[in-house]
Design a protein around this ligand. Structure first.
Ligand code: PBG
Length: 327
């Protein structure tokens, strides 16, 4: 054969394959989502997310220790309150679950970076991401509560806030509120391109946050749409977002790719609860090789253009990177 181009030359052994890798990843870009719950002495496994737990604040330090040992550096905290009400008042309570978790975590493990999810659905009795007017989620009234929630998180020690509610104008509302209260330097990671997705099912079991009626389609995005994702991302850039997130990850690599090409900010991608649950279930059945699938999903997300990866597999991935399986 008279060929001068032979792609296999660069695949001959591990050394050359590593040399020419196009995607390099580092554990500093991993964020681990963690559930904290009101109560004491609680460390309960989430049935739909085997291997993931809800921790009460007194048990949290043990988990933070395990995370630190595994090499995880960044956390995203989700709170599950004992009491939910119409206005989600525990979301912005000074002694709310996330606020207490932050104070404890910051005191005992100040080296970790604490991001908080800012939303109402874990805190409202109806499970929607904002204030209701009849059966509608009222956008502008919700903005005030979101801003209050973000401020109370930052006052309790959050290093960054991440609004996930999908109300219009929330980034500007949060930015103004934080700036007005002396927190000009606290970054906002926007769940900017967040689809109404069945992949959040296991999370809603974990947080008891499934809507009691209807669905989230009047605020989260329709998964038929790609251009709309860019519109959301550009709006949040204009409103002062520091990081733009696409969510979920696995079925949305096209969106990650496009957003990362157009937006000059770090791009985060969230591999959500349903992605985690599918891998766990298939691995348990012996249908797939769990570690290899975790690595391939992670690398493909970065290859698509993500700079930051939120995943329930952060501990495992940090380990695989240290072992040189990926990186
Ligand atoms: C809160 C929120 C959700 C997730 C992150 N923040 C649930 C939802 O929007 O219904 C989903 C995370 C996951 O599935 O892992 N709004």
């Amino acid at each position: 054969m008279d060929m001068i181009k032979r792609p296999r030359r660069l695949r001959g052994n591990e050394a050359i394959r590593k040399m020419v890798r196009e995607t390099r990843i580092d554990k500093s870009s991993l964020i681990y989502p963690l559930f904290v719950i009101d109560g004491e002495n609680i460390e309960e496994e989430i049935p739909s997310m085997p291997g993931q737990y809800r921790f009460s604040v007194d048990r949290l330090p043990y988990e933070l220790e395990r995370l630190t040992k595994a090499g995880v550096e960044n956390l995203m905290l989700f709170g599950i309150p004992a009491h939910k009400d119409e206005m989600g008042s525990q979301a912005y309570a000074e002694n709310g679950i996330v606020q207490r978790a932050l104070r404890e975590g910051k005191k005992q493990f100040p080296g970790l970076y604490y991001i908080t999810d800012v939303c109402m659905c874990e805190y409202t009795s109806h499970g929607h991401c904002g204030v209701l007017c009849g059966h509608d989620v009222e956008n502008d009234a919700t903005l005030e509560l979101l801003a209050k929630t973000a401020l109370s998180h930052v006052q309790a020690g959050a290093d960054m806030v991440a609004p996930s509610d999908m109300m219009d104008g929330r980034i500007l509302a949060l930015r103004r509120c934080l700036d007005g209260n002396g927190f000009k330097e606290t970054p906002i990671m926007s769940y900017a391109v967040k689809y109404a997705s069945a992949f959040y099912g296991p999370f809603r079991d974990a947080a008891g946050s499934a809507p009691s009626f209807g669905d989230r389609k009047s605020y989260q995005m329709d998964f038929h749409n790609r251009k709309e994702g860019m519109k959301e991302a550009l709006m949040d850039v204009d409103e002062g977002a520091d990081i733009i997130m696409v969510k979920p990850a696995l079925s949305y690599l096209d969106v990650i790719s496009e957003v990362s090409k157009e937006i000059n900010l770090p791009i985060a991608a969230y591999s959500v609860s349903g992605e985690y649950a599918m891998v766990k279930a298939a691995a348990k059945m012996g249908y797939i090789d769990e570690a290899k699938i975790i690595c391939e999903m992670a690398v493909s997300t970065y290859r698509a253009g993500a700079d930051i990866y939120l995943t329930y597999f952060a501990k495992e991935l940090a380990g695989y990177m240290a072992e040189g399986r990926i990186g």
